[in-house]
Design a protein around this ligand. Structure first.
Ligand SMILES: [Zn+2]
Length: 66
């Protein structure tokens, strides 16, 4: 199993750093962050993650995972 497989559940909307990472939906996007692991989120949490997660680059750098 690869890292990508293990991380296939949404980490949104705050990247698991604010104690509210209980979404668990399938990951669709990966948001690049400064000095942090990329944030992998579902479509619902893409917007909130861009605005609220720590270290998100601006303008945002978003990769479509699948
Ligand atoms: Zn989510």
């Amino acid at each position: 199993m690869t890292d990508r497989d293990r991380a296939a559940a949404c980490q949104g909307p705050y990247g698991g750093e604010n104690g509210l990472a209980d979404c668990g939906d399938p990951v669709r996007f990966e948001v690049a962050r400064h000095l942090r692991a990329p944030l992998r989120v579902c479509p619902v949490h893409l917007g909130p993650a861009l605005l609220l997660a720590d270290g998100v680059l601006w303008p945002p750098v978003i990769i479509l995972v699948r």
